[in-house]
Design a protein around this ligand. Structure first.
Ligand code: HEM
Length: 218
């Protein structure tokens, strides 16, 4: 087991499998969030379901998400360090062959997403007052509306969703390659499944802050 983790391929497989678990979560979380367009009662009932009625399942999911996130970040960090050690001096000329904007921003985009996640949990789950002074436990709908009535948070979330788009696009393609399920497509836009997943998740999430900013949700 340790030998597997020690190998670069092992770390990539760990990144891929944990990445797929996280993709599954974001798809579910995005779909759940869209219920905000069905009104306060529906959205708060959904939040209550997760927070009270099936709290044991929620906790099991939290543990899986936490372990997956830690392993995903740790493997990414170690692979980056290993790659740097293998080439201490940078290339004199970087002439990208088939890399995309998404693949080149994966690491820094990942760091931004990690910061986003901490602030996001602080704002909506942990109720940190400096992030959302009006936070009220059990009032998920009101919390979301109050946050996105502030343009700063709308922009912040939209920027985060842009990074999520790039991350999901490149990440899902990479895992399909690691698992041998995708052919090598030189043209990035031929990577249709990753593109669809990334677009659906990102657009779905973005509709929430946009819905509040446009006054459709209030
Ligand atoms: C516009 C986008 C998003 C909105 C409106 C949103 C909304 C929310 C809300 C309201 C909660 C708290 C639910 C409650 O406890 O009552 C929550 C929790 C959470 N969100 Fe998001 N979310 C968004 C995007 C994301 C993204 C992109 C991720 C991950 C990359 C994410 C990860 C989480 C996690 C891990 C929790 C904690 C779940 C728990 O254990 O209780 N969210 N979100």
């Amino acid at each position: 087991m340790l030998k597997f983790w020690d190998s670069s391929v092992g770390k990539k497989v760990v990144m891929g499998v944990t990445g797929l678990i996280l993709v599954g979560f974001v798809i579910g979380h995005m779909a759940g969030n869209l219920q905000i367009f069905m009104g306060m009662e529906r959205y708060n009932a959904y939040a209550k379901l997760l927070q009270e009625d099936i709290i044991e399942i929620t906790w099991a999911v939290r543990v899986v998400l936490l372990v997956s996130t830690v392993l995903h970040v740790l493997a990414a960090y170690q692979l980056t360090m290993r790659n740097r050690a293998a080439r201490p001096v940078d290339y004199a000329l970087r002439d990208a062959q088939v890399s995309t904007y998404a693949s080149r921003t994966l690491r820094w985009g990942g760091v931004f997403l990690a910061i986003f996640l901490v602030l996001h949990l602080g704002q909506f789950t942990l109720g940190w007052k400096w992030l959302l002074p009006e936070f009220s436990r059990g009032a998920a709908y009101g919390n979301v509306v109050l946050a996105f009535e502030r343009p700063f948070w709308v922009v912040f979330y939209l920027v985060a969703m842009f990074f999520l788009l790039l991350h999901l696009f490149h990440g899902t393609w990479a895992v399909l390659r690691t698992l041998g399920l995708a052919k090598n497509a030189a043209e990035p836009l031929q990577r249709r499944l990753p593109l669809i997943i990334a677009l659906v998740v990102t657009v779905g999430f973005s509709l929430v802050p946009l819905g509040v900013a446009l006054g459709i949700v209030r």
